[in-house]
Ligand binder design. Structure first.
Ligand code: NAD
Length: 350
């Protein structure tokens, strides 16, 4: 028996708790006597008791990603580890009204409060490092939207700091969770790559998102996840700042010495599209496979994964492989930036 006075809670949040508890265990019986201002929830499982043990969280940066993080924590996937997160506030450099019923708090408050154990870093990329470091130093777990940092070395330092503090540092990679990517991965399994290209186009980025090898790390992560570790053989960058146009062209090589080209092109009016051309020993793929949209949203899938890490439910070798992949991609991004900015293109010349 789990009893509480409704006067302590707003009716809306009570209804949400009741709904979640109901969905979290179909064998539960749930009764809600609002007219008596008393909630009586009789659960046959121990889930309700476990709900007391929550990870209070703060969201830093209220843009697209920050909004979605708050939304997902307010209505987590029923019966998932994400139910363990509860949003306590958000931080912004602007003074904002409540966001989805969640209040703005100061960074000092968030760092000081014992009930806040987790920070979601959803700012523009240029200030990820500073925010991650601040929260890790305070012993808080951190979930950061990709890319974690703007150099490989910084990411290594941050990961070491997380380890030293005994907290989780997680870099979101929703691009690996899309239905089309999962289908593509299945479709190419067992095929031998001869050569390939991935050409991304999209609109111009706002300031603070950094060099395209970092802001576009999702495309590089696709290539590494599909074809294994890569090396950079050449990279160049065309830029017309006045017209907000840029094109980064990168030549990569697989361990089997098969060439891959990655192009990141942004400019006004360019559609947000990924064009692929992968030539295998047995066939050529020029289009992403059709895949039905999955019922669970991408950020929610990532939230569940992060929560599982907080609960120690993710196997050590999976954590290790993830860290290795993230750092490998950032190392490649570093190299691409270096070669592009040197303007000499080829890795052999460097
Ligand atoms: P966004 O531009 O919508 O939001 C960025 C946040 O930074 C906003 O809160 C914005 O207001 C704030 N900000 C920037 N400059 C500021 C300033 N000077 N003062 C106050 N606030 C300022 O960007 P986003 O799409 O939410 O991306 C955030 C992060 O999430 C990035 O690291 C991005 O790479 C990552 N990400 C986003 C998506 C997505 O679908 N939007 C997907 C994957 C990863």
């Amino acid at each position: 028996m789990y009893t509480s006075h409704a006067s302590c809670l707003e009716k809306k949040s009570v209804m949400k708790v009741v709904t979640q508890l109901y969905h979290s265990d179909k064998s539960s019986t749930v009764a809600f006597y609002s007219h008596k201002r008393v909630i009586c929830v009789n659960l046959l499982s121990s889930r309700a008791i476990q709900k007391v043990d929550m990870f209070g969280s703060v969201v830093v940066g209220i843009g697209t990603a920050g909004f979605v993080r708050i939304r997902d924590m307010l209505a987590p996937l029923p019966s998932s580890a994400a139910e363990k997160l509860s949003v306590k506030g958000f931080i912004s450099r602007r003074t904002l009204e409540e966001q989805q019923g969640v209040k703005q708090i100061t960074i000092e408050d968030a760092l000081r409060r014992d009930d806040i154990k987790v920070a979601f870093v959803c700012t523009e990329n240029a200030v990820h490092e500073e925010n991650i470091r601040t929260f890790l130093e305070a012993g808080k777990h951190v979930c950061v939207e990709y890319p974690m940092a703007m150099t490989h070395k910084t990411a290594v330092d941050l990961w070491d700091l997380a380890q030293e503090k005994g907290v989780v540092l997680h870099e979101e990679h929703i691009e690996l969770l899309t239905a089309d990517f999962k289908q593509l991965k299945k479709d190419i399994a067992g095929k031998k790559l001869e050569e390939g290209s991935l050409h991304f186009t999209g609109g111009p980025l706002k300031p603070g998102f950094g060099f395209p090898a970092f802001s576009g790390i999702a495309r590089l992560t696709w290539l590494v996840d599909l074809f294994g570790e890569l090396s950079v053989t050449a990279a160049s960058m065309e830029e017309d700042q006045e017209n907000k146009y840029m094109k980064m062209t990168t030549q990569l090589m697989t361990k089997e010495q098969k060439p891959l080209t990655w192009i990141e092109e942004r400019g006004p009016g360019l559609p947000r599209v990924k064009n692929i051309n992968f030539r295998f020993d047995s066939c050529t793929m020029t289009q992403l496979p059709p895949a039905a949209r999955e019922p669970v949203g991408l950020f929610m899938q990532d939230l569940v994964l992060f929560s599982q890490k907080l609960l120690g439910q993710v196997p050590r070798d999976q954590l290790h492989a993830e860290r290795h992949r993230v750092l490998h991609c950032l190392e490649l991004a570093d190299r691409i930036q270096q070669l592009s900015q040197q303007g000499q293109g080829s890795a052999q010349d460097a």
